[in-house]
Each structure stands twice: as C-alpha cells, then as structure tokens.
Design a protein around this ligand. Structure first.
Ligand code: CFM
Ligand code: HCA
Length: 533
C-alpha cells in the first residue's frame, strides 16, 4: 500500500502533498506510536466533507433538545440547512413542548447586515414566546453575526429579564473553528455552565441512575439503547442530547455514572461532570453486538451489584438467542467483503465493529474533523499543540460544586476499576485496525476516487456529500450520518437492521447495470520500448 499511497500523493502539487501526507498513515502495529495531523484547516480549494462550527453547535448538540426553541440568528440558508437534516427523533409526553420539527431563523437581510440585527432578534424571541411558550431558548450565531458585531449576549440577557425563561446565547459563528468540532466544544461549555446541575433534584428517584452522553438518537439509536438499559434496571436520568430534554439535563448531576457514546462531541461535558460532581465516565460503544455486550458488562462491573449483574447476563443471553439466527443469515451475504468507513467523528471507528462482526474488513477509515486522540488514544491529549484556531473557543473551567460534589466511588475503587474498564479513557481507531489498512484525516473527493481505484472496496460508508459520486462508481454506498433514512443501527436490534440494510445493498440487481471504471480500463498501463532504449 505504501507505493500506491505515494502514487496518489504524487499527483498533488508539492505544497499540498506535504500537507496531506501528515493526515494519512498506514497502520503498523510494530511501532508504538503513529502520529497524525488532525483538527487543522482544510487546504482551500480542496473538496472536504466538513461542516462549520455552527453546524456542530446548533445542528449537532443543541438541535436535538426537544423542549427548547432553537433560534438561528442569520441568513435563512443557515437555518434551513440545520432543519432536521440529521434525523434526530424525539417524542414528548407533552406534544406542545416538542419543537424538534421547527426551523426558526431571524432571516437576516442585507439591511440587517448593514444596520445590525439585534432588534430583529429580540422581536423573534418575543414572537417565539408568544406562540410556543418554551421553557427555554437557545440563540445560535452564524458567520455574519460575528462579522457585524451583533451583541447576542445582551439581547439574551434582556429577553431573560422580559420573559422570565432562560435564553442561552452561543457564539458559534461558522468560522469559530476549522470544523463542526469547535461548535461541539462551545455548546458543551455553555450547557455545563448554565444548564447542567440547575435542577432541584438532589438525588435520582431510582436505583442505578446514569446519563447517556453523546447519543443523538439518529434513526432511533438512543431509543434502542434505552430499551436495553431499562430492561436491565438502569434509570436513565438524561440523554445528551438525542430526544433530549432541558428539564432532564438540568438534573444530570444526580447520575452515578456517565456513559459516553460519541466521545468526540461530548468528552468536554463528561470530564467537567467528573470535576464538578465527582461522577466518573465510562466509554461505551453500543454499535455492534460485541460492543453492546462489552459496554453492558463494564457497566455491571462499575455498579458491582449481584442482581444487576445477573440481570445483565440474562438480558444479553435472551437478546442473543433472539437476534443471532437472523444476523447470521445476513452474515452469509456480507462475509469476505471489504469496506471504507469514513464518517465525521466517532462513527468512523465505532462502525468498524459491526463490519467485522459481519465478516467485512475495513481497508480505509477516517474522520472529517476528529482530533489526534480519536486516532491515537486519549493519552496523547497533553501533547496536542493548541493553535490559533482552537484559541477561538471561549475558555470555561469547571470547578467542584460546593453543595453537590460527591465522589461516586472511592479513589481506591476507581483505580481498581480503571484497570478493568475504560473509565475516563478511550482508545484511538488505530488500535482496532489491521496492519496495512489506511487511516485518513479529512478525506477529500480527489482522494476518495483515487483510493477507490486502488483498493476497490465493496462498500463505502460516508455522507450525503460524497455518497452519489461513489455510488455512480459502482460501489455500494451507505450514509452513516443519516442512515439513509433507516435505523436504528445501535444495540441488538440495530445490528440486525444494519446487517439487513447493507445486505440489501449488496444483493441489489442495480449493480448489474453499472460498470465500475476499472472494468472498462486496463488495470495496468505501460508502454513497450526496445531493450536498452
Ligand atoms: Fe459524534 Fe454524531 Fe459523529 Fe458528531 Fe456529526 Fe452525526 Fe457524525 Mo454527522 S456527534 S462525531 S458532528 S457521532 S452529525 S450524530 S453523523 S458527522 S460521526
Ligand atoms: C453536519 C451534519 C451531518 C452531515 C451529514 C452528511 C449529519 O455535519 O453538519 O454530510 O451526510 O450527520 O447530518 O454530519
């Protein structure tokens, strides 16, 4: 693969090549560390799949909270873009307090850009209060807001005084970072500073209370995970933020353990919850059958309760007996195939489990906007250099809460547990990939086409921006952001659904009507010359 990779890179101008080289490596297990460059600016002109800081803040983290109204301050395009395109599902006991289907924007016009948009924003807040009566509101800034200097914070403060509900202002202008990732961080900081821990509950109302962090209920994933957890006997205090609720998030301090599914988007909150309330966090992965089982067993080890452990095993056994015969049928279709797995953040890693359970080998994987720790492991964080771009994110440091800090497990017990289960840590994707496989950060369209020609995967999982290009190349292509409007793919039922969906993709007769480019072209090209010439 080394030579083939070089051939691809050789097509770049020297400067671009030098940059891109640092974002790509071939997995080797005979070396201890393999450093990658990540979370840095995309080269202008390159067709990236990345989004912006606003997408990460409003679109990803805030958007799924159903009982708050999320106002986008900016031109209508930005608002429209975030309108339910991520397929977060949400149900509410009180249908009047579920605003997930709305898209509310200040629809800034040229005159607002010239004369300022603060008045318009206040007016929209008034209208929202009059029509929807939400418990709280978020305001998200788009690029022009920061450029013209609208003071959203002042508008939020005045609106709070006027209406008596919390109005949170997020300076998540698209340019605040090199990708969505900056927006996650901005959203995490404010939720932690202003919402989490403001509820009046001192203790959770039931045994084994947990928060599920970094689960956005795409295609109903969160519901499948909750189904399993509730069956075992856990009490889910809050989910951040899929099918999430403002009321529940306020009481997140009452959990005894925080589960972290997508660490990329929410490791900040997880870490701050430990500092502020003494609650440890456990890295889980409910994608894949084995990942789900391992996560459940690790949770049981943490709570160390005989009945809970027995129930965990009973649920695992009955779920397996139910799904395995179906899963194995699909495995017959998938076995021996190869995949590229490229998603925004943690999914590029998580879904490799599910592929491997179906007998599919991942040849290439990567993330749009992850940081070095997502590739190399959490322990590299102290060695990551902060650059000018990361300094754009306002700093927030959590401190132990005077009244509510309580160590949930003793320091000795914590150390003992840390030797057995991933408490406060996660491995990078590198450790789960085979030698010789390729890891690419911020894969672009040129590289996508080139790697496909060389490695000819049977399936490529990615997003809307590249899916159709890949499909037209004759490759089974699956969106792992929106799940192509299917799902859930998490938990036991999700594993079966995923197996079914991709098997359908492989078995589709459509492929008989498309010829991949390499079938029309010679695989090797060369010229015949006379010996010695
Ligand atoms: Fe986490 Fe996500 Fe992902 Fe993500 Fe996203 Fe997403 Fe994603 Mo799209 S929070 S990092 S910013 S798992 S929206 S639900 S699918 S890129 S891999
Ligand atoms: C985002 C959202 C996105 C985009 C999906 C895609 C999502 O990045 O702002 O490119 O297909 O999951 O909806 O990641």
């Amino acid at each position: 693969n080394e030579a083939k990779l070089q051939e691809i890179l050789d097509q770049y101008p020297a400067k671009v090549q030098k940059n891109r080289k640092k974002h790509i490596f071939i997995k080797r297990s005979d070396v201890e560390s393999q450093q990658i460059e990540a979370n840095t600016r995309t080269i202008p002109g390159i067709i990236t799949n990345r989004g912006c800081a606003y997408a990460g803040c409003k679109g990803v983290v805030l958007g799924p909270i159903k009982d708050m109204v999320h106002i986008v301050h900016g031109p209508i395009g930005c608002g429209y873009y975030a309108w339910n395109t991520r397929r977060n599902k949400a149900k509410s006991d009180d249908p009047k307090q579920n605003f997930i289907n709305y898209c509310i924007s200040t629809d800034m016009q040229e005159s607002d850009i010239v004369f300022g948009g603060e008045k318009k924003l206040s007016k929209v807040i008034d209208e929202v209060m009059e029509i929807f009566h939400p418990k709280a509101i978020t305001l998200s800034a788009t690029c022009p807001v920061g450029l013209i200097g609208d003071d959203m914070g002042a508008v939020a403060k005045a609106a709070e005084a006027k209406h008596g509900v919390q109005v949170l202002s997020f300076s998540c202008e698209g340019y605040k970072g090199v990708s969505q990732s900056a927006g996650h961080h901005i959203a995490n900081n404010i939720l932690m500073e202003k919402v989490i821990g403001t509820g009046d509950q001192e203790e959770a109302p039931a045994k084994f209370p947990i928060n599920l962090l970094g689960e956005y209920n795409i295609g109903g994933d969160g519901w499948e995970v909750e189904r399993i957890l509730k069956e075992i006997g856990y009490h889910v205090v809050s989910v951040m933020t899929g099918d999430g609720s403002y009321e529940a998030i306020k009481n997140a301090h009452t959990a005894e353990l925080n589960l972290v599914q997508c660490h990329r988007s929410i490791n900040y909150i997880a870490e701050m919850l430990e500092t502020k309330y003494g609650t440890p966090w456990l890295k889980v992965n409910f994608i894949g059958i084995q990942g789900t089982i391992e996560s459940l067993r690790n949770m049981a080890l943490y709570f160390d309760d005989k009945e809970l452990t027995l129930k965990t095993e009973a649920v695992i056994a009955s779920e397996l007996a139910r799904i395995e015969p179906i899963f194995d049928q699909y495995k017959k279709i998938c076995e021996g195939k190869t995949a590229f797995c490229f998603v925004g953040g943690s999914r590029g890693h998580h879904f490799q489990n599910l592929f491997s359970e179906l007998g599919i080998e991942t040849l290439l994987a990567g993330y749009e906007f992850a940081h070095r720790d997502d590739y190399e492991g959490r322990e590299v964080i102290p060695t990551i250099k902060t650059d000018a771009d990361s300094k754009n994110i306002p700093h927030y440091t959590a401190e132990a809460d005077e009244k509510r800090f309580r160590l949930k497990v003793s320091p000795e017990k914590l150390e003992e547990l840390k030797a057995k289960i991933p408490l406060g840590e996660y491995k990078g994707m590198r450790f789960d990939m085979k030698d010789g496989s390729i890891i690419v950060d911020d894969l672009n369209h040129f590289e996508t086409e080139e790697f496909i020609k060389v490695l000819k995967p049977d399936i490529f999982t990615s997003g809307i921006k590249d899916k159709y290009v890949i499909q037209k190349m004759g490759i089974n292509s699956k969106q792992l952001h929106s799940y192509d409007y299917s799902g859930p793919y998490a938990g036991f039922n999700g594993a079966v659904k995923f197996a079914e969906d991709i098997s359908m993709g492989f078995a589709s007769p459509t492929w008989n009507f498309i010829t991949p480019p390499w079938k029309n072209q010679p695989l090797l090209e060369g010229t015949v010359t006379e010996e010695g010439v």
